[in-house]
Design a protein around this ligand. Structure first.
Ligand SMILES: *Cc1c(COP(=O)(O)O)cnc(C)c1O
Length: 224
């Protein structure tokens, strides 16, 4: 199966999941996760019409995407991996959407950089729904208050919430919890669902699904 075939199949499955959930066609955005794949492996996806891509590392994105963007102007780039505040300037320069705002220090750094660069990025707050020690994301008990602080203290518009459920858990309860918190926080975006569970996520309200291996193939272990 080629990248183009894989993409066509994922788009069909997204459309079917939208229908089954009674949601409008096109209400779910596919973020094609191209981390670890080189520019020549990403070009076929762009050629078959994909415009929204996700990367998890600032340095890797910086090495690949300026050239790809120069070839295709309307690409939209999403940061889906953890962000350090010393990379905020580069992240604001490179990305259009950040899914991983999870603490005040990052919110403040992004707000300052966006003002400085005159760019307004779209932002999601990452929630650590499984309370995993090794995983980024704000504690779910603090998520609603943090979204409010992003607005009121940092002057940031938050579009939605993002989560990565623990690998050993059924994802549904995590997606349902994220949807509930989004309603409480008054945000509409839900970035949830990956290759193995995006249909469940769509059923529970995902607006953005982040799909990598089902499009580009198995990643090498390092950096995955
Ligand atoms: C790698 C990654 C994905 C894509 O995972 P697949 O299982 O390959 O679809 C989605 N979200 C995040 C945050 C990732 O790091």
């Amino acid at each position: 199966m080629s990248v183009a075939d894989n993409l066509a199949e994922i788009r069909n499955r997204i459309a079917r999941a939208e229908r089954i959930a009674g949601r409008a066609a096109g209400s779910v955005t596919l973020v094609a996760v191209s981390k670890t794949f080189a520019a020549e492996e990403i070009r076929p996806a762009i050629a078959s019409g994909q415009r929204v891509f996700g990367e998890n590392r600032v340095q890797e994105a910086k090495a690949k995407w300026p050239a790809l963007r120069a070839e295709t102007a309307d690409v939209e780039l999403h940061l889906i991996g953890p962000l350090q505040s010393n990379k905020a300037a580069e992240a604001v320069e490179l990305f259009d959407v950040i899914h991983t705002v999870d603490r005040d220090k990052i919110a403040a750094a992004l707000a300052a950089e966006m003002t400085k660069q005159g760019r307004r990025l779209r932002l999601f707050v990452q929630v650590n729904t499984g309370l995993e020690a090794q995983k980024a994301g704000i504690d779910p008990r603090e998520a609603v208050a943090f979204v409010a602080r992003c607005r009121e203290v940092h002057g940031l518009a938050v579009e939605g919430l993002m989560c990565i459920p623990p690998v050993e858990d059924a994802p549904g309860p995590h997606f349902a919890l994220l949807a509930k918190m989004a309603r409480e926080a008054g945000v509409v975006g839900l970035s949830m669902g990956m290759s193995s569970d995006f249909e469940t996520a769509i059923d529970l309200g995902a607006t953005h699904v982040r799909v990598g291996s089902a499009i580009f193939g198995v990643r090498p272990k390092i950096g995955s």
